[in-house]
Design a protein around this ligand. Structure first.
Ligand code: EPZ
Length: 422
């Protein structure tokens, strides 16, 4: 039986967090290393289970991948890869979709089952595929396996308008464009910070990109890209998770290397809840000593609106606030699987469609709960830290996809928690 996390809640958090590299930067960056003819080094990579799955995919494609000095060194394949991606790692995460474009360029073809990942609702990949078709790829489904092929001369540039600003599709099409023949324009692109980070890496490899991080991105394709070293941006969702925990427990924590703009509207919501948020040259300081207030209705949205991934954890931090809050996710249908766990801890909440409604004002007590997805699992930890007594949290496999060691993260801030056998 899988191990579980025990949490003895009710203590304020104090100390500092050195934020890890952003999961949602590292994963596309690892796939993008396949576009490079030279060695790639990514610094400060957290040992997440999704990173481990990515390493398996890169090795299956002929890359040599080694951990070194807290980062990953990737040597490109000597021979062009065969293009068939192993089903295990592909089904383990959504980020396997990022291998479509780089493997198309490297092998001329790619086949894989539908990517896996958190069950947040239907997660089609039509925008990825429509863009690749516009660039010349041929797409077929054979017994549930997605098969793509390049035209004889490889992918060509195109003027592509995304049906909606999909983060992953923007990254897929950016990776396709940097090695395509001729120019590409991506219109209606996503603007999340991780996209600019990917573009920064690709430019350091010799790619010609402008506008990344804005709704219109221009790319001039190149026949070849060299290798590069890159330090991914800090993880803004880990920052939001730690900040939400401080809101729930009280205390004061410095989030090193955290930039205010990375958190966008999350900071405004935490201030409205009664937290003090201070930007310093070392990072962002979050504190709460006074009463916790409800924040009314919050809608998630595309960057820089309130990040969908932050909704469960910030909701968890506000479960005992005086006054009502509600979080409505406009991005995913099934964002609040954690509501069941909140109820078990005595929270006054209810799910209403895409929203989680928090009556607030109650007190939380420890409970036995189980994570159903990554950010919902982190939200259960945040709630348990604010609850009186002991909680036991199962489903750690979900949490480990995005937090290398959540016990160490909060243990380093004075929380009493640890991992115990199942
Ligand atoms: C990325 O997922 C992140 N994952 C998610 O973080 C994040 O929640 C999401 O962006 C939104 O910010 C990674 O970067 C690895 P989308 P992605 O494509 O790319 C629909 C976490 O916890 N859509 O922007 O899958 C889709 O169904 C994870 O770290 C299509 O309809 O998100 C969703 O409703 C969870 N067709 C919406 O767009 C497509 O082809 C946004 O999805 C693609 C997406």
């Amino acid at each position: 039986m899988e191990d579980r996390l025990w949490v003895w809640g009710g203590r304020p958090l104090e100390g500092e967090v050195r934020l890890p590299a952003a999961k949602n930067s590292v994963l596309p960056l690892l796939a993008a290393s396949l576009l490079c003819s030279g060695p790639v080094v990514l610094h400060g990579v957290p040992p997440l289970s999704d990173v481990q799955q990515s390493i398996l995919l890169l090795q299956a494609l002929g890359c040599r991948v080694n951990w070194q000095n807290g980062g990953l060194a990737i040597q490109p394949p000597v021979q062009p890869p065969c293009g068939v991606l192993p089903a295990g790692p592909v089904r383990a995460m959504r980020s396997s979709v990022f291998y479509l474009a780089p493997v198309l360029h490297a092998a001329g073809r790619v086949s894989m089952p539908m990517p896996g990942g958190c069950d947040l609702g239907p997660r089609p990949i039509d925008i990825h595929l429509d863009g690749l078709v516009k660039m010349g790829a041929r797409v077929a489904w054979q017994q549930g396996v997605l098969c793509l092929e390049c035209p004889p001369r490889g992918l060509h540039g195109a003027d592509i308008t995304l049906r909606l600003p999909s983060v992953g599709a923007t990254e897929t099409l950016l990776m396709a464009a940097v090695r395509a023949h001729g120019p590409t324009v991506l219109r209606g692109a996503a603007c999340e910070p991780e996209i600019a980070d990917l573009a920064d890496f690709l430019r350091s490899c010799g790619a010609h990109i402008s506008g990344a991080g804005s709704p219109v991105v221009w790319v001039q394709g190149a026949d070849r890209l060299g290798g590069a070293e890159h330090t991914p941006i800090p993880d803004r969702i880990v920052a939001a998770t730690a900040a939400a925990a401080v809101a729930g427990t009280g205390g004061q924590v410095l989030l090193r290397r955290c930039r205010g703009e990375a958190l966008g509207q999350v900071l405004e919501v935490l201030r409205n809840a009664g937290c003090e948020v201070t930007l310093t040259q070392n990072g962002l300081c979050i504190a709460r000593s006074g009463p916790l207030q409800g924040v009314g209705r919050v809608y998630t949205g595309i960057y820089p609106a309130f990040a969908t991934d932050a909704a469960p954890v910030v909701a968890a931090g506000l479960l005992t606030a005086r006054g009502a809050s509600a979080f409505e996710d406009t991005i995913f249908e099934n964002r609040f699987s954690c509501a069941e766990g909140f109820l078990a801890m005595g929270a006054q909440v209810r799910r209403a469609g895409r929203a989680l409604e928090i009556l607030g004002g109650g007190r939380l007590h420890g409970a036995e709960v189980t994570a159903q997805d990554l950010r919902g699992g982190a939200a259960l930890v945040v709630a348990a830290l604010a609850a009186e007594g002991e909680s036991r949290i199962g489903g750690l496999c979900h949490i480990r996809r995005g937090y290398a060691d959540i016990a160490a993260l909060f243990g380093g801030l004075g929380a009493e928690l640890g991992v115990c056998a199942g």
